[in-house]
Design a protein around this ligand. Structure first.
Ligand code: C2O
Ligand code: CU
Ligand code: CU
Length: 510
């Protein structure tokens, strides 16, 4: 019996050499039993692959209004917790005007509704799986007990439901929730299974930062659309019950259409005041280098106030933002730098192909009294102390000789424990890469200690849970493994790399 790993490894080799058609042929000769069993939808017909469209149907830029994802209403809110219900459903969305795009969404929408919790009160979400495939829900950035962390093989079967409990005893931060099904995270997130989960607390509330309709979540994704509006993904079976993706997307899958909160190149009208944007890169693989055009006088495009794990100690002025998959940057843009009537375009200078050079636009339409400010001291993040580290672990995050992506040469195996930190201790983890890998740890937030070039980057401030490891680089981070004992994953957040096995377990031992 061919396992999916053997199959993918074989496909990877053939695919790299011969391209799509060869892959499809080799693909149809193998039977990915493991995946079929997981899917629980039986051994259905093998659907012939569609070849990728050359370009998506055109959308004129900066004509569609910016949309804030809806906020999810609790079903109950009392001292024991804030309770939510969420169904994962297939639906359609009008993403490109006039076309209907099949999506999978939390609550049937893409992005899913924003969950808002407070750090002193648990959030309990009952997820119902109304899709044809198994799912697993992960709260990215959450300090969550292992039983609710959305372990990749801890699945909700089609038709099933499950309650996830998030104690939330953590500081205010911009988190997000997304699918984490083993082997299929990339296609399932690509179908739309992602949304924001914000945690608020008194420290953040008390700051004079922009609030309310000037506190705006921004979810970035890129997609490729077929002429009929469907999102193209290189899977041979649209039900995703079989693998067959990736060999021609070894470095991840990239689209040509920029979506911001699910809207192509939207336009947001703003007043000439400060706004807070919680920017999340929810793309499968694409990295962005964001700037504003025209550049604000003085060259401060963004004032960063927070990172993955919440507020920084103090604001950091940025002349650009490089944001790799799953990273969050909490930034202030001050539109007072521009005269009323200016159109400010958020651009992308990162040249992944197909190139997407623009993200969204802001029209400065009016003046308004400024009610917010950026204090010099924001918070006191509890940074892990590298001097307290009891252990250093080294991880090579590299492609294997068989074409798959590995961690210390291993492909993901739910039974292998690659690290066993003791609860409450601090460790230094070192990642050494071949190409770019945004490395993510569940459960913990870490301090970035050093890089190969230069010593520390401008985007490394604060508590992080995902770090952009660049080609040939060694990045050292310090994490304190407190919270809960149990088995958690760490992985590359290029989702195609993750599904191609660049994932491993750590077991926090009591
Ligand atoms: Cu954003 Cu393991 O996940
Ligand atoms: Cu995570
Ligand atoms: Cu990677």
């Amino acid at each position: 019996m061919t396992t999916r790993r053997q199959l993918l490894a074989a496909m990877a080799e053939v695919g790299v050499l011969l391209g799509v058609n060869a892959v499809v042929t080799s693909c149809s000769t193998g039977t990915p039993k493991r995946a079929v069993q997981q899917a629980g939808v039986g051994d259905g017909e093998w659907t012939p692959p569609r070849s990728p469209p050359k370009t998506s149907p055109g959308v004129s830029r900066f004509t569609l209004p910016f949309r804030r994802p809806p906020e999810l209403r609790p079903t109950r809110d009392d001292p024991s917790g804030t309770y939510y219900d969420l169904a994962q459903q297939a639906g359609t969305a009008e993403i490109i005007p006039g076309l209907r795009t099949p999506i999978w969404g939390y609550g049937g929408t893409f992005p899913g509704p924003t969950v808002i919790g407070r750090s002193d009160r648990p959030v309990i979400i009952r997820h119902r799986n109304e899709l044809r495939v198994p799912v697993s829900v992960h709260l990215h950035g959450g300090r969550t007990p292992a039983t609710s962390d959305g372990y990749p093989t801890d699945l909700i079967a089609p038709g099933g439901s499950r309650e996830y409990t998030y104690p939330q005893g953590q500081r205010a931060a911009t988190l997000w929730y997304h699918d984490h099904r083993v082997d299929f995270t990339a296609p399932q997130v690509h179908m739309g299974l992602a949304g924001f989960h914000l945690i608020r607390d008194d420290v953040d509330d008390a700051l004079p930062l922009p609030k309310g309709d000037k506190d705006i979540p921004v979810l970035l994704t890129d997609r490729l659309f077929e002429a009929d509006g469907a999102m193209f993904y290189p899977s041979v079976d649209p039900s995703l019950s079989k693998p067959g993706i990736y060999p021609w997307a070894m470095n991840g899958f990239y689209g040509d259409t920029m979506l911001v909160n699910g809207v192509p190149w939207p336009l947001l009208q703003v007043s000439a005041t400060k706004y807070r944007f919680r920017i999340l890169n929810a793309s499968n693989a694409r990295i962005y280098e964001l700037k504003l055009d025209p550049a604000p006088p003085g060259g401060v495009h963004f004032v960063q106030v927070g990172s993955d794990g919440g507020l920084l100690a103090g604001p950091v002025s940025q002349d650009r933002l490089v944001i790799s998959p799953a990273e969050r940057f909490d930034v202030i843009i001050d539109f007072a730098a521009y005269p009323v009537g200016t159109r400010v375009v958020m651009t992308n200078g990162w040249a992944d192909k197909p190139v997407i050079d623009q993200v969204m636009a802001f029209d400065v339409v009016r003046t308004e009294p400024e009610r917010s400010s950026i204090p010099a001291v924001l918070s006191t993040p509890d940074m892990p102390d590298p001097n307290a580290a009891v252990k250093t672990r080294k991880f090579e995050v590299k492609r294997r000789s068989d074409g798959m992506w590995g961690i210390n040469g291993d492909m993901f195996d739910e039974h292998r424990i690659s690290a066993d930190p003791k609860l409450g201790t601090t460790e230094i983890w070192e990642f050494t890469s071949d190409v770019r890998h945004p490395m993510h740890l569940h459960l913990v937030h870490f301090a970035v200690l050093s890089r190969s070039y230069p010593a520390l980057g401008p985007f490394d401030a604060g508590l992080k849970d995902t770090v952009h490891v660049r080609p040939g680089e060694t990045v050292r981070v310090a994490a304190r493994f407190d919270g809960w004992p149990g088995k958690y994953v760490f992985h590359c957040h290029n989702l195609e790399h993750e599904d191609m096995m660049m994932m491993a377990n750590f077991q926090v031992t009591p």
